[in-house]
Design a protein around this ligand. Structure first.
Ligand SMILES: [Zn+2]
Length: 94
């Protein structure tokens, strides 16, 4: 019926998502759990923001050479570039 709250979607909630975040970023989650976290991140900006922070933190600690880790790093970099472009456009530099 309504889709106002995370809990109503049948997916995992914020507490569960943040509990799985480290394993998710390390690529250690089974694919089903991973899909649940990814699905949650798609509609939850709070957890997406948290994930990006954790990715940056992980990037400082060690380089993740797993395919999932490299993909996440590439995605984070891409997002950062797009963000910079949007900022530049908004301030009239481009
Ligand atoms: Zn969330």
């Amino acid at each position: 019926m309504g889709e106002a709250h995370c809990q109503d979607t049948g997916g995992i909630d914020c507490a569960e998502a943040s509990r799985r975040l480290w394993a998710f970023l390390d690529g250690e989650l089974p694919s089903l759990s991973k899909e649940e976290v990814e699905a949650h991140l798609k509609y939850c900006t709070g957890c997406t923001h948290l994930t990006e922070k954790q990715q940056q933190f992980l990037g400082l600690l060690h380089l993740d050479h797993s395919p999932a880790g490299l993909e996440a790093q590439a995605a984070a970099l891409r997002a950062k570039i797009l963000e910079r472009l949007a900022e530049a456009r908004a301030s009239g530099e481009m």
